[in-house]
Design a protein around this ligand. Structure first.
Ligand code: ATP
Length: 261
């Protein structure tokens, strides 16, 4: 269980904003943060990772306290056991794909984990390449595999797929789904993409006016029903339409499926 109660004054372009967030996230859950630009979504991830200090509040992750303002506890980012994937994949340029992933292993971890992740991410044939020889989507797969290799208590994804074109994004979403199914990593993702949120997450938190409101069904939050168009996107001369074909909405995977026409 992950429990947070955070308060932070943000200095936004429109003046000061008090961000207040109370959240409980069950182990293995996948939650998405959704909201307009500048509402503090990335700041929430940074506070979870330890790169930004809340003004007050607490963060507890699976029984350990990472932050408690009153008790003056603020565990460093290195000791928080967080995996992160951001839009700009920060890979080590001088290491191969395999080495980039292996770098995240803990000391006694078997190297077979790297092979498993290479296979899961469709990177086996690229294992010996350096990052400069990879496409954006492939680099993002490496970043994801590396984040998973450390088997973090919390996986933080900040619009990890937004710089990637439609086709690749779809296949990366499938990889993310598979990762989540296999490793049960508690995941918090920032996304503006309704389709992505409904497909991947089991809860959504809408951040607006400094407050976060949690909804148990992303499909219901977006007021989607069977047959509704979730997303229309033009890419080159093709138009992709995503439709919700089953209304159930409480979880992704078996219950919510998508089709393209
Ligand atoms: N350390 C800080 N202290 C106070 N305010 C900050 C700090 N860091 C960032 N901010 C401000 O917080 C606001 C929210 O930024 P943040 O990146 O969290 O929003 P966001 O919801 O992720 O936006 P986007 O969707 O555009 O990525 C911004 O106006 C930013 O300038």
């Amino acid at each position: 269980m992950i429990q947070l109660s955070l308060q932070k004054h943000l200095h936004t372009a429109d003046g000061d904003l008090l961000l207040q967030l109370d959240l409980a996230l069950k182990q293995g859950g996948f939650i998405s943060l959704y909201g307009a630009s500048g509402t503090g979504k990335t700041s929430i991830l940074r506070m979870l990772a330890g790169f930004m200090s809340p003004d007050s509040g607490t963060i507890h992750v699976e029984g350990s306290c990472w932050f408690d303002k009153n008790k003056k506890i603020n565990v460093s980012p290195q000791r928080r056991n967080v995996g992160m994937v951001f839009q700009d994949y920060a890979l080590f340029p001088n290491m191969t794909v395999r080495e980039n992933i292996a770098f995240a292993l803990k000391r006694h971890d078997p190297l077979s984990i790297v092979d498993e992740l290479l296979e899961l991410s469709g990177l086996t044939n690229l294992a010996l390449r350096k990052p400069q020889g990879l496409s954006g989507g492939q680099k993002q797969r490496v970043a994801l595999a590396r984040a998973i290799a450390q088997r973090p208590a919390l996986l933080l994804l900040d619009e990890p797929l937004s710089a990637i074109d439609r086709e690749l994004r779809r296949s990366l979403q499938e990889t993310l789904q598979e990762v989540h199914r296999r490793y049960h990593l508690t995941t918090v993702m920032v996304s503006h993409d309704v389709e992505e949120i409904v497909r991947l997450s089991d809860k959504v938190v809408h951040i607006a006016n400094g407050k976060g409101i949690q909804y148990d069904s992303p499909a219901a939050f977006f007021e989607l029903q069977k047959g509704d168009v979730v997303d229309v996107r033009k890419e080159g001369d093709k138009t992709y339409v995503t439709v919700l074909v089953e209304n159930g909405g409480l979880s992704v995977g078996d219950k919510v499926k998508f089709e393209r026409e």
